[in-house]
Design a protein around this ligand. Structure first.
Ligand SMILES: Cc1cc2nc3c(=O)[nH]c(=O)nc-3n(C[C@H](O)[C@H](O)[C@H](O)COP(=O)(O)O)c2cc1C
Length: 373
C-alpha cells in the first residue's frame, strides 16, 4: 500500500534518467501499482523460463569487423510483401490500460510515428476498430482461438474489415502454468481493464467433469485448438496467417507446409510453460529447417539493440518487443513507447556499426560465438 502512494502518473516528458531502452524496465515500478507490475513482469510458475530467456542472450558474443563501409547502411527489411524501416515490432500485449489510462491507443500512436508494426492482442483493453483507425503504419491482429467457433470467425472478419494486414495466431497459451508471483500478490484485473473485443461473445459454460476425470485432459484441453483448426483458419482468410509460440523445428516445418505465412519463435515471454526452452536457443534450428527465405520472427527477453542484433544473427528477420513496450507506456505514454523504439533502433545501429554490418542480411552472416557462463 505504501508503495502505491508514491506512484506517479504517466509523464508527458522523458525522464532524464533514461539512458538506454532497458532503463524503462527499472523505472516502471514507479508508475505501475505493485500487483499489476507483478502480473506484467512475472513469468509462469517459478519464472524459470523467464530467467532462461534473458540468460540465453548473455551467452552470445559477436566477432567485430574492422574498417567497414557504412555510408549506405540501413535497417530496412522486406517482409510478407511489405517494406519496413526497421525490424523492431510491438508484440501483442494484453490489457494495456494496466499501464496507462488510454492503453493501446497510446501504443498505436507511437508505433505509427516510429514506423513500427503493432500487433494488437485479442485481449486488448481498447477496441480493435478504434486502434485500426490510428496512424497509417501496418498493424497486425493477434488471434486467440475462442471456445466458440462463431466468435473466432467474427474476430477474423472484424480484423479483415478493419484493415489489419495479418493475423498472428498464438498457439502456446492454451494451458499455462499459473504465475506464482501474481497469485501471491493477489493480483486482480481492475474493473476498467477488460477484454473489450470479446465482450459481445457468449461464454460457454464450464464442462462438468465426472468423478475422477482429469481437470486438464477432460477439462481445459477439450477446447484446445488442433492442427485441423489451424488449417481451417488458414483457409478462412485472405490475410497472411503468422503462427506465434513456435519452439520445435518439426512444428515450424509443419506450420510452413500447412501454408502459414510466417512463424514467431516465442515462449510467450516465459508466461506459459515454466520449463520451456529459452526462445533464443530455439531460433537457429528453426531457421535451418525453414530455409533462408521463410519469414521467421522472434521474441522473448529482448531488452536492448544488442539483443536484437543477436536474434537476427541467429536467424530472425524481425523481433517483437513485449514487456519493454508496456514499461515505456507506463512512464510516458505514446512518447515513452516512441522513445523506447528510437533507443532500441539506435542501439541496434550502434552494434551494426561496431560489428561492420551494413544491413540486416550482413548481421545474419556475422560471426557469433556461444560461451558457457
Ligand atoms: C503483460 C503481458 C501480456 C501479454 N499478452 C499477450 C497476448 O495477449 N497475446 C500474445 O500472443 N502474447 C502476449 N504476451 C506475450 C508477448 O506477446 C511476447 O511473446 C513476450 O512478452 C515477449 O517477451 P518479452 O516480454 O521478454 O519481450 C504478453 C506478455 C505480457 C508481458
Amino acid at each position: 500500500m505504501k508503495e502505491n502512494l508514491s506512484l506517479l502518473s504517466p509523464l508527458d516528458f522523458i525522464p532524464a534518467d533514461i539512458h538506454c531502452a532497458a532503463d524503462y524496465e527499472s523505472l516502471a515500478a514507479r508508475f505501475i501499482p505493485a500487483p499489476g507490475l507483478e502480473y506484467i513482469a512475472g513469468g509462469s510458475g517459478q519464472d524459470k523460463t523467464l530467467a532462461a530467456n534473458r540468460r540465453a542472450f548473455d551467452q552470445w558474443f559477436i566477432c567485430p569487423r574492422l574498417l567497414p563501409d557504412l555510408g549506405d547502411a540501413h535497417t530496412r527489411l522486406g517482409l510478407l510483401g511489405r517494406e519496413f524501416a526497421h525490424p523492431i515490432f510491438l508484440a501483442p500485449v494484453a490489457y494495456q490500460k494496466l499501464a496507462h489510462p488510454a492503453g493501446e491507443i497510446e501504443t498505436a500512436r507511437a508505433a505509427s510515428v516510429m514506423q513500427s508494426c503493432m500487433i494488437l492482442s485479442t485481449l486488448a483493453s481498447q477496441s480493435l476498430e478504434e486502434i485500426a483507425a490510428i496512424g497509417t503504419e501496418e498493424k497486425w491482429f493477434q488471434l486467440y482461438f475462442q471456445p466458440n467457433i462463431e466468435a473466432t470467425l467474427d474476430l477474423i472478419r472484424r480484423a479483415e474489415a478493419a484493415n489489419y494486414r495479418a493475423l498472428v495466431v498464438t498457439l502456446d497459451a492454451t494451458i499455462r502454468t499459473p504465475s506464482l508471483g501474481a497469485l501471491r500478490s493477489q493480483f486482480q484485473m481492475p474493473a476498467d481493464c477488460v477484454a473489450v473485443n470479446l465482450q459481445d461473445y457468449e461464454i460457454n459454460s464450464p464442462r462438468v467433469l465426472a468423478a475422477g476425470e482429469s481437470r486438464i485432459f477432460k477439462g481445459i484441453m477439450q477446447d484446445a485448438p488442433t492442427w485441423a483448426d489451424l488449417q481451417w483458419l488458414i483457409n478462412q482468410t485472405h490475410l497472411p496467417v503468422i503462427v506465434k509460440g513456435v519452439l520445435h523445428p518439426d512444428d515450424a516445418l509443419r506450420i510452413k507446409k500447412l501454408g502459414a505465412a510466417a512463424v514467431v519463435v516465442s515462449n510467450h515471454g516465459g508466461r506459459s510453460f515454466d520449463g520451456a526452452m529459452a526462445s533464443l536457443n530455439c531460433l537457429a534450428a528453426i531457421r535451418a529447417i525453414l530455409g533462408d527465405e521463410y519469414p521467421v520472427l522472434f521474441d522473448g527477453g529482448i531488452r536492448s539493440g544488442l539483443d536484437i542484433f543477436k536474434a537476427i544473427a541467429l536467424g530472425a528477420d524481425a523481433v517483437l518487443i513485449g514487456r519493454l513496450q508496456v514499461y515505456a507506456l507506463s512512464v510516458a505514454g505514446a512518447l515513452g513507447v516512441a522513445h523506447m523504439l528510437k533507443l532500441l533502433r539506435e542501439e541496434l545501429e550502434l552494434c551494426m556499426a561496431q560489428a561492420g554490418c551494413a544491413n540486416l542480411q550482413a548481421i545474419r552472416n556475422c560471426r557469433v560465438e556461444k560461451v558457457s557462463i
